[in-house]
Design a protein around this ligand. Sequence first.
Ligand code: PLP
Length: 372
Amino acid sequence: MNQIPLVDLKAAHEEVADEVRAGFERVLANTAFVGGEEVRRFEREYADFGGIAHCVGVANGTDAVELALRASGIGPGDEVVLPANTFIATAGAVARIGARPVLADCLPDSQLLDLQAALDAVGPATRAVVPVHLYGQMADVAALTGQLPDRVRVVEDAAQSQGASRDGRTPGSGHIAATSFYPGKNLGAYGDAGAVLTDDEERAGLVRAIANHGGTAKYRHDVPGFNSRLDGLQAVVLRAKLARLADGNTARRAAAARYDALLAGLAEAGRVVLPVTEPGNVHVWHLYVIQVAGADRDDVVGKLNAEGIGAGVHYPAPVHLTPAYRQLGHSRGDFPHAEAAADRILSLPLYPQISPDQQQRVVDTLTDALDG
Ligand SMILES: *Cc1c(COP(=O)(O)O)cnc(C)c1O
């Protein structure tokens, strides 16, 4: 059976294979395995891509969120507000620095953080809000920043939004942003990798120091740190893929528009709800997430998967309903929009190389699955 994966990493590799091999040879020849010229170049190129002054390559996206928080002075005893509907790593990074994750609900249509809910969750101990640019479109960082007290920092989780912008602003153009280059992201490495973005030189330097045992020179330790560095081989892959990211995102937008058209009938019949783009967003469609109405979502996913279609769910449980965060003391009903979304959302295969025929087959199979 012909498989249509959720993300086609093989097709993505074919486009960069020669460049990656040549780059790996360079790194092997000069043994710059951690840091080095390829990493420096990638950091410069990725910063320029988003129009941000500083990019610090780190080991993964979760570390990037942690480092962005730590470099913002957030630590034990502080409260950090984040959406209830995010990948668990957002909460994990907050918990790992000894801060307390405080959840806020999402908007029912876009599933982005509800800014009013986030503002309502701010208390005397709150030191940061982490909006998540979920599925590839940005939360309104400018509006959020403008309404928060000065002591509360906005730390963007931009793991799903490489290349996205909102009203001309890109991730990191506010206080600070973190991103992930996990292989399946829009800009994916061949292992773990991530980055922190900021226009503030001092903050960038602090991230770099904390991520390198607390200092930027060998055996000089200015602040307590740990090891979260980007390696040369990943930087080679990221440079090759970054050169194709804008085109890939354009292809994703075209594929999303095609799904919108192919699914219009099902949407009109009230059987699915299509993804909504908030105004001002240039969406990069990390995921194309519909909501299933009037049918059992898990059943529909099961039928798609049985037909070789890599549909997924991002994510099946909001943070407060995972065993790991039961300690936050919430129960079902506390974040109704996040909970409703978790029960109904379904991600369809989407990647730059997906063909119109593949999308047609996805929609035909989905239609059959909804019919039972
Ligand atoms: C992928 C992701 C992360 C974590 O990135 P890793 O590189 O896997 O550590 C954090 N937040 C969000 C929203 C993500 O999608």
